[in-house]
Ligand binder design. Sequence first.
Ligand code: ATP
Ligand code: MG
Length: 577
Amino acid sequence: MKCSTMHFKTLREVPAEAEIPSHILLLRAGMIRKLVSGVYGFMPLGWRSIRKIEDIVRQEMDASGGQEIHMSAIQPAELWQESGRWSAYGPELWRLKDRNDRDFCLGPTHEEIFTDIVRNDISSYRQLPMNLYQIQTKYRDEARPRFGLMRSREFIMKDAYSFDRDEAGLDESYRIMYEAYGRIFTRCGLTFRPVEADSGAIGGSNSHEFTALSEVGESEIAYCEKCSMAATTERAECVDAKAMDDAELPMEEVHTPGTSTIEAVADYLGLDKSQTMKALLFVKYDEQGQEDGYVAAFVRGDRELNMTKLVNALDIPEHAIAFADEESMGAATGCVGGFTGPVGLHDCTIVVDSELPGQKNLCAGACKVDHHIKNVNYGRDYTGDIVTDIKVLGEGDPCPVCGAPVKYARGIEVGQVFKLGTKYSESMGAYYKDENMESYPIVMGCYGIGVSRTLAAVVEQHHDDNGIIWPMSVAPYHVIITLMKPDDEVQSGVAEKIYDALLDAGVEVMLDDRKERPGVKFKDADLLGIPLRITVGRGAADGMVEYKLRRDAERTDMTVEEAIAEAIRIVNEERNG
Ligand code: ATP
Ligand code: MG
């Protein structure tokens, strides 16, 4: 494509709303265009890269036995009511009505739709296993859309669904997808880590996230360098502190003025934070958004509460709980902001972290302003309605598998695979008959890739101060020919010759024949991140050009023929990732 006739507009300034490199660079390179918050369009260069990622996804999905279909983004509420998610999904679900007041949503994911297909089309074990997928636009009315393509309200996702007759079949389908994901992200040029993950609102029992490592990522992962443990911090199991066999001392109420934080009370009483316990207070909401009872969660004073584990323990969606207003909660339950302990608390669900029963003589709030109680012991002084692991596995804590200190890293969740089991097939009635004509629910898995988020993740991992550095496999074009003087007949003749030779060889090439200063062209070429630049300038008269890979600082003078041959070689070597 010749730049003189191409639609692209680069920006010198950093757009005000953009904070992270991928957002800044994709906007500056003119690859994406914002419409409203969390809604972006793709311009020609951006769309080419999206299609490259889609092609990689398609090739690997097809090679793994997937069959591509394409479903509507509009979904009728009835299907979501059948699965129970019409209410469970919460405000992220983009709901709308038609002119007859019938409810619909814009699909944030498609489990219901795909389950509906198979319940109509699959009746026999002979039709299983099966894997259907699509690459399609998804809608989520995110609370905080940000970072451009990273967390948007409209985005492109590949979603696949597997259908098997039993758990063993699902294990195999899951393994095949897990391996395909590894190949997909490798081919896109990403450095990533598959980590154990929570299954969230989608449900199911077993899940991994594929996380592209990046400082700007919103996913936090805990991993162990000694063994292979790697999990999101939401999911990571935490080893309980060793149970103590200290004698239980009598409770003692103490005056602790102004000590409404764990730090303050530990300081005041000369205790380690691990000798205290802290309370976190919540209000629950029912499906109509009405208050539906209070929750007090207790963890040891030096621990952090893990919200994902808490909502899982309560078996409610994340949006059905929020921090309580301590004044109204106090009237109903006896809690006192900053001084809440389990003793004397009433009329709320008490969730106790699994390690607290083994800890002795802890200091807790007294449910009385400026007072704490020393020597509080589980069983004797309080109990929990639920006792389970609700704490965060902290950096440096012992690895739950091997005990070595755990490390933390940040990353971008680019894909997730789930074992759904029979959650949807049972609620929506998707059954098959086995050899003996007995009926069983189809066992399902689902597998998502954020295609547009992957594009942003690639930019996060491949850029420098001057712009993007596309891996060949997802670059909008492989080569850019920078023509210094378009008016110079010799130079433009040489540039056209290289252009034609590369096109003939199947190389995707841009020819920058714009009437711009060379400095502008070099800046744009760097910003756009085209992997290989061939500069045609004064040397053209002697049949010489300059060859430069975007990722290297080095420039090499070559003959026109050498440059063409070298370009074809490297593009073919790297174009498939
Ligand atoms: P997150 O935790 O980041 O909100 P999720 O776990 O809810 O994502 P999934 O339901 O697993 O997302 O969706 C599959 C994939 O779709 C994700 O792995 C991610 O790559 C992508 N994705 C999800 N939400 C968004 C979004 N708002 N914008 C862009 N991509 C998204
Ligand atoms: Mg996910």
